[in-house]
Design a protein around this ligand. Structure first.
Ligand SMILES: C[S@@+](CC[C@H](N)C(=O)[O-])C[C@H]1O[C@@H](n2cnc3c(N)ncnc32)[C@H](O)[C@@H]1O
Ligand SMILES: Nc1nc2[nH]cc(C(=O)O)c2c(=O)[nH]1
Ligand code: SF4
Ligand SMILES: [Mg+2]
Length: 259
């Protein structure tokens, strides 16, 4: 099962929930596996809870069945600082920008000189110091229809479809920080929607969105699935002049937790 489905640190869901805390599913040291910083040693802080439900979510235990411990910001900082060689921190989830306390954590990390990447689905804007907003807008092909709902019978379909794109939030995120737009691509059927979204976003955003800010990432939580998708997605990136991003962590460690 991708990402942690059990918590072995102190505290479980429902325990003390410090006002300045965050629901943490996992916290680990790895290599950034995706995007323009792929290969950079980074501490990953994975919050639990998401406002969407992609059928393919590789972090099932932050979205479909959230599990977490509550950790105070100071505890999270202490754990990050214990990885002495790390200068980069990746805040991810679930959807990390759901949580107001993510802003406090990002401010504290900026004060300490860390480079921060926030992995976000782009539906929520918060005013926070972010070095790289790694935005992954969700396409129609992510929607959990009854046929591809990993858990139930499509009860999240309408809500996911309603909430997955918020142009205003996307515009504010790209205006505020360096950014990458990292689309999960299943097949060539995704491209018309990506092109239409970029056209809309270029109209409303006050900053340029260059083709090399756009990354196509093959859908696949496992090596076997990536084997099926990556060559076609690489070709689509070349055809359209976008970047391709590997999923280095899947190549290295498949779907093991804390990688
Ligand atoms: C688990 S999400 C957490 C952050 C945020 N909720 C989001 O979706 O951007 C982290 C990254 O994994 C990507 N992702 C999730 N499941 C995937 C899959 N099966 N194949 C490829 N990428 C996936 C997301 O699109 C996102 O870029
Ligand atoms: N190694 C590694 N790199 C990643 N980049 C983004 C990730 C994420 O889940 O947000 C991720 C992840 O889960 N592992
Ligand atoms: S938005 Fe991100 S965390 Fe939420 S379900 Fe989709 S991939 Fe998973
Ligand atoms: Mg991941």
């Amino acid at each position: 099962m991708p990402v942690s489905d059990s918590i072995d640190r102190d505290g479980v869901a429902g325990d003390d929930q410090p006002a300045d805390g965050l629901p943490i599913n996992e916290l680990f040291y790895s290599l950034q596996g995706e995007g323009t910083l792929a290969g950079v040693p980074s501490v990953f802080v994975r919050t639990s809870g998401c406002n969407l439900r992609c059928w393919f979510c590789d972090s099932y235990h932050t979205s479909w069945e959230p599990t977490h411990a509550w950790l105070g910001v100071e505890e999270i900082l202490a754990e990050i600082e214990s990885y002495e060689n790390a200068d980069h921190v990746v805040l991810t989830g679930g959807e990390p920008l759901l949580h107001e306390t993510s802003v406090d954590l990002l401010e504290a990390l900026a004060e300490r000189g860390y480079h921060t990447t926030v992995e976000t689905n782009g539906t929520i804007y918060r005013d926070a110091p972010i070095d790289l907003a790694s935005i992954s807008p969700k396409l129609e092909s992510s929607t959990p229809t009854p046929e591809r709902d990993p858990k139930g019978d499509g009860e999240w379909e309408d809500r996911h479809e309603r909430d997955r794109i918020d142009l205003e939030a996307l515009a504010r995120l790209v205006e505020d920080s360096d950014f990458q737009l990292k689309f999960v691509v299943t097949d060539e059927g995704d491209l018309p929607e990506i092109l239409a979204l970029l056209e809309d976003l270029r109209e409303v955003a006050a900053v340029p969105i260059r083709d090399d800010n756009v990354l196509l990432m093959p859908e696949g939580a496992t090596r076997d699935r990536l084997e099926e998708t990556r060559a076609d997605v690489a070709q689509l990136a070349m055809d359209h002049g976008f970047r391709y991003t590997p999923r280095l962590h899947v190549d290295l460690w498949n779907d093991a937790p804390e990688t």
